[in-house]
Ligand binder design. Sequence first.
Ligand SMILES: Nc1ncnc2c1ncn2[C@@H]1O[C@H](COP(=O)(O)OP(=O)(O)OP(=O)(O)O)[C@@H](O)[C@H]1O
Length: 628
Amino acid sequence: MTIPAGTDTVQAARRRFFDEGGMPDGLVAEPILRSWQRCTTQGLDVGARPHVEPVSAAALKDLHEQNERLRRITRPEMTALRAEARLTDSVVILTDANGLVLDMVGNAEFAGRASRVALRPGVPWNEDAIGTNAIGTALVERRPISVHGGEHFFEPHRILTCAAAPIMDPRGGLAGVLDMSGHASVRHVHALGLVRLAVEQIEHRLLERSFEGHRILRFQSEAELIGTASEAVLVFEEDRLVAANRRGLRLLKLGWDALDTARIGELFDKIAAGETIQPIRTRAGETLLGRFDPEPATRRSTPTIRAGARPGEIEPFFDAATHTALKRAVRLVAADVPVLVHGETGSGKEVFARRVHAESARSGAPFVAVNCAALPESLIESELFGYEEGAFTGARRQGQAGLLRQAHGGILFLDEIGDMPLALQARLLRALQDKQVVPLGGGAPVPVDFALLCATHRPLAELVASGAFRSDLYFRIAQYVVELPALRTLADRRELVSAAFESLGGTASGASLAPGTLDKLAAYEWPGNFRQLTGTLRALIALAEPGRPLEPDALPAEIVATAAPAQPTPTTARAEEKEDRSLSDVTLTAMQEALEAAGGNVSLAARRLGVDRTTLYRRLLWKKQTSG
Ligand SMILES: Nc1ncnc2c1ncn2[C@@H]1O[C@H](COP(=O)(O)OP(=O)(O)OP(=O)(O)O)[C@@H](O)[C@H]1O
């Protein structure tokens, strides 16, 4: 049954349940009602203020260290969803297995509001303390859930709309929760779909990295899904099932209690050993397709960080100019010439870099991607250069080799290089020049050999001019610059949308786009570029109902509102004038102060001043020239 979740309905349900002590049957979803019941049974007072007890900064630091693996494994999804969250005025949250918020990224303004109701790092959002909320309730229910406005137990939380999914480890334990939260006045229709897909990727990676050397069976109803994050996976020790992903258990109608007890012979008719995909028959009589991973002894040694495309990633498409740039970049990498990839966020800089790696002679060695903007400044140095035993409090016993050394033989991809702190730029330059790494805490220099690709969405040359980026490092890394186009500049977006829908498995899964929906998608300018396009299409595919084309009302509001393709029009010019006017109100001192406070980060300073970045640049350069 679909539950209408309008404000009035929820209010009626609240009155019935909390004021009259009755059952609001059919007025709220069952998981919400179950949660309200749990909260009242354990004595939470709906009229009181929620009891919030944040941990201290030191305890949060410890928790970050304890959850280092989880944080590292979820980083790609956090980064991808962060861009989505910025576009939808929301935040992405990672919690530990107890619902304690470890990290929060996304829209800074909403993060500020969320923090007023204690939705911030260091605060546990479990049901016991906070009442019904997506994080805590997903943990209890052990399944994805969204909690909107007044469905939250406590009154102050009605400003939130949250979608969360528990991250399960391959042994059936809870590893953490991924959540997207925004303001309840905006319904984020795709948030739950996005969070679920992200968690599927995370769980897949958790499993991949945990069971090397075991017998691993991968299966699905369609061969194309094997090898993607949508595959079902079972892990056996000898013939005993020891780990699985959720899809693997679901396809066999098993629960987590099957681990350590079920034997392969009880689950399937005899499966031939071998690495090729073959039909396999479950004991329940269903025929699926599957294959075993190569035996550990015959397996090539796997790099620490996987090469090529990310799991579940689609085959990228490139326009003709980008395709030519790709071929050139492959040749330059072979000649040891560093390449800088420039493009707006989501334009595919990392995808491009991975493709260069896949097509290069270094494809058999690791591709190590480092997002310089995602790492806290204090961590970048130790992550990149590694450290010796006991280099600092909290350092691991045996020290750590660092990412530069992990890239040995392969490609090091420094994403968002424009965000690297100045002090570290000097250290990086030295390592690149000397082709050796000196770990933190001393120790002998270690020679390294990797090809370098860097990427940024920021105008590096201008950062050099404003002193925020070292010119010597710039000339070292930007010997060849590839400019990736923004999607709005591509002439045929209709073809692009159709190809992406196909490639994401939309058609194969029985989904289709109504003509009006395709028109809207093609007319939209995609400010988040490929990331936003693929994210939106993935969410649409997840929402599709068999046999019913997706109508425009399934689209996010900003896409529905799209009219004819927008060209740079007088409106844009007017907007620029307006920005210039608002900037004239900002004094030079305020500009300089904002720039200093932002550590030389012009984008950040511009955001804080509420003006466009390029306009701020123009003013700064103009000021430089006129003051000699
Ligand atoms: N050429 C492409 N073809 C198809 N999909 C793509 C392509 N490039 C990027 N994508 C999709 O967009 C997502 C974002 O790509 P990527 O991480 O490479 O962007 P980016 O430019 O590095 O973004 P950011 O600057 O925000 O880090 C990818 O996960 C992928 O799904």
